[in-house]
Design a protein around this ligand. Sequence first.
Ligand code: ZN
Length: 208
Amino acid sequence: MTFASHFRREKQGSKTQVGSQPNSFIEYFIEREESGDSAYLAAIETLSSLKNSASDMNEFQEILLEDIIFTSLNATYYEHLFVSLKDNPQYLLKLIDRFSEDAETRDNEIALQGQDHFNYILNRGTCVGCKSCAHHADVEDLVGKWEEENLDFFITLYIGMQTIQYGLDQLLYDLLPSDASLVEKISMESILEFRQFVYKYSEHKLNE
Ligand SMILES: [Zn+2]
């Protein structure tokens, strides 16, 4: 899967839901939320420290945008990893370890791609040419929102993406190593369903 519109997919709703089959990943997410070890609250804390670190509103909005792009790109790498776990269950722990060890290299790569998209949005959807031009279309939705200075939109998106990020980390570093048989439950559909559920959950909590 390409970087493709994560933003859009998160908002798409229930069309791609697997139906009545229980999703073990969603069940685990809810369990963690209820146990007080909440991905949503972790996202809220990240937002608040981000806000405190910004010197003014303008800087805050720019960091928000940067992080949204970063997290979305990062989620693509997680998707690839989950698929390779499913394909190579015998190497589960090894693959998870390697993914964790590669974090810095991956972060640097993502930061470079993210910077290209960030510039594209700040330049109101124009680019004279960069390495990520082929994928600017994926962030097209954000250009208009940025021009509107729609802070609520960006905060909701930020919290949604961060909650998904923390949720995926819980699956990867806590759930799967403790119960390797769950690898079988991985599919593009189950992960997408997980992401959509978590996004809606965080959106709902934010509006409570
Ligand atoms: Zn470009």
